[in-house]
Design a protein around this ligand. Structure first.
Ligand SMILES: [Zn+2]
Length: 254
């Protein structure tokens, strides 16, 4: 069994309220010992801190998700700065832009995204970015911060955009979406970009792999993403597990 890191999993969500410990145990039994938990709104930060304080293999990020841009306020940005001054984290986020599934106004999303890039730059932390249908705007925003590092979670852009992001110092993270046969472009990108720039994630409870279609996703299923990536790239599972683990450790300092 290979140790791998789930670089993006919403363990704090209510979907796990009845069996969170069992979910973590199942993940550990499959070799997923370390899990990075992104923050999506102010109200959840306390609970993420509580979960991570109790388990040194769980790692906190704090941020404001673009889906909720209509609910976030300017005061939330002030609170985020204050929170990050007083609490340890491995990255700022989940922040970003979503022009496909999101009702919130583009300019409003950009305002919160850029504010969080600014904070990450100031405190010298990586960023966890959600980018759907918005990769060009994401690239434009991060170009303003030379030396900034981070991950594009559940990557859905093109191969050319992935190359630009890698050149800017970003990791490309893949989850259950690559396990679907019809995701041809995405699967080609996952097989063609350098392994040194790839992270693995589940985005649980969302984005289950093809074997768990329409079910609640959980971090134990990360082994399916690993197996799929190994088949797509025709590289040994052990090699992908070891390198993606090193990548996550390097980015998050874990
Ligand atoms: Zn997420």
């Amino acid at each position: 069994m290979n140790d791998i890191i789930d670089s993006h999993c919403h363990l704090d969500f209510e979907d796990f309220s009845s069996d969170r410990n069992a979910v973590i145990e199942r993940a550990r039994s499959k070799g997923i010992k370390q899990i990075v938990i992104p923050g999506v709104k102010c109200d959840n930060w306390h609970f993420i801190r509580e979960i991570c304080d109790n388990d040194p293999q769980l790692h906190a990020c704090y941020g404001l998700h673009p889906y909720l841009a209509g609910e976030h306020t300017d005061d939330d940005i002030t609170q985020l700065k204050h929170w990050l001054d007083n609490n340890d984290c491995v990255a700022v986020g989940e922040c970003g832009l979503d022009y496909r599934k999101n009702q919130a106004d583009k300019n409003l999303q950009l305002k919160f995204f850029n504010a969080q890039l600014d904070i990450a730059h100031t405190i010298d932390k990586p960023v966890v970015i959600h980018s759907v249908g918005a990769t060009e705007d994401v690239i434009n925003s991060i170009r303003h911060y030379p030396g900034m590092r981070g991950m594009i979670h559940s990557y859905s852009g093109s191969y050319e955009q992935a190359k630009k992001l890698i050149d800017l110092g970003f990791y490309i993270s893949f989850g259950g979406a690559i396990t679907y046969d019809n995701a041809r472009k995405l699967r080609a990108t996952a097989s063609d970009i350098p392994l040194g720039s790839i992270l693995l994630e589940t985005d649980a409870p969302d984005q289950p792999d093809a074997d768990h279609f329409n079910q609640r996703n959980e971090p134990a299923y990360l082994t399916n993403v690993l197996k799929c990536l190994s088949e797509l790239r025709d590289e040994p599972i052990e090699e992908i597990a070891a390198q993606t683990t090193r990548n996550a450790q390097e980015l998050f300092g874990i």
